[in-house]
Design a binder for this molecule. Sequence first.
Ligand code: HEC
Ligand code: HEC
Length: 369
Amino acid sequence: MSKFLKALVIGTALASLPAAAVAGDPAAGEKVFKKCAACHAVGDGAKHKVGPELNDVLGRTAGTAEVYKYSKAMISAGEDGLVWDEATLTAYLTKPRDVVKGTKMAFAGLRKEQDLDNVIAYLATFSADTPAAEEEQSSAEPAEPETKVQTAEASATAKPTPELREGGTFHLGRKATEDEVAAWDIDVRPDGTGLPEGSGTVADGEVLFTDNCAVCHGDFGEGVGRWPVLAGGQDTLRNARPEKTIGSYWPYLSTVYDYVRRSMPYGNARSLSDDDVYALTAYLLYLNDIVEDEDFELSKDNFTEIRLPNEANFIPDDRMEEPHYAQKAEPCMSDCKPDGVTITMRARILDVTPGSVDDDDASGVGGVD
Ligand code: HEC
Ligand code: HEC
């Protein structure tokens, strides 16, 4: 029997037991569990998150779920004999730090007795080792039709099946429609995948740029005030404050097309036609001296023939082959630098968009782009 089915059968057991045996209501407990769900998973296929998975937590010795990195405090609490049952869980979930001094569970605690009872009843539906569950397992062995009906009922109240959930794990939102996905799915890749039909010339682009872009980026892409510079900057990448532009820094022309089409003009995104974007991309190539002929026409067909000067200085993302990724080990999340951390620089400008007077006054030294 899968763990999931087992949980359903146990759910039946708890729902039909006299109130004295289980104080809480598992269905109400599922709602309380939303407070835990940011850090804990429970149910079929549950994995460790910030906190350990909580299947079979009733009857578990504290700090003993496989491959989870507990605090030293939790491990020694288990070694000292702490086992999770209704009483110990009630105490721990009321004030975690009072029960396990030094636990890394950063949770203030549940205040209402009813919430505590309910969430523990909910967790009990995923725990095989409670006395109630053991009883049920032996009596539930022959799968009679009646049991099946009960199981289905219990699944509706005690633990909804994935099909009953709307809006995914967190019950938020709804599924995007195909049209909505299509409207967002406009990315263009370096190899030209995703380019729409169309074309535009440098000369067309110049007119469009003057009308739609120059107010911020300057007539020649030099940038007005602190609005971004779009051209120039060649040979500045080794400087303390390099000028990173399409011509000096960007690796792929597809990013220019994609970015302008998706987000420019700033404040009026998606107002340009695909042909306009080809023309503007051609003009940006011209401003960066990558093409020199005003009659040059950029199109879907010749797009990938154009290469930006800095492409060779980018390397493919090879993180998956790096040792710690390849091992699939838990990443280090605290005290990772053996000899401590020192602050060497402070970011004074956190965005490049001019907004307040303070932004314009900032010197830019040590800024983060
Ligand atoms: C902000 C994250 C967070 C929240 C919220 C949270 N927990 Fe935890 N929980 C943890 C962490 C981290 C641990 C491991 C503690 C340790 O090692 O000291 C833990 C440990 C536990 C344990 C001990 C498990 C074991 O294997 O020994 C239980 C039981 C538990 N949590 C239940 C809950 C319940 C029930 C809730 C909601 C009412 C909750 N937690 C909310 C992070 C959280
Ligand atoms: C109202 C001001 C404004 C207008 C008009 C505008 N932009 Fe921008 N542009 C911005 C800002 C601000 C950014 C930086 C946004 C960010 O980093 O989040 C930007 C960034 C860019 C970038 C990326 C620069 C880089 O190196 O990161 C390109 C390319 C660009 N704009 C092209 C255009 C084009 C083409 C037009 C005309 C169709 C246009 N912009 C119109 C304000 C503007």
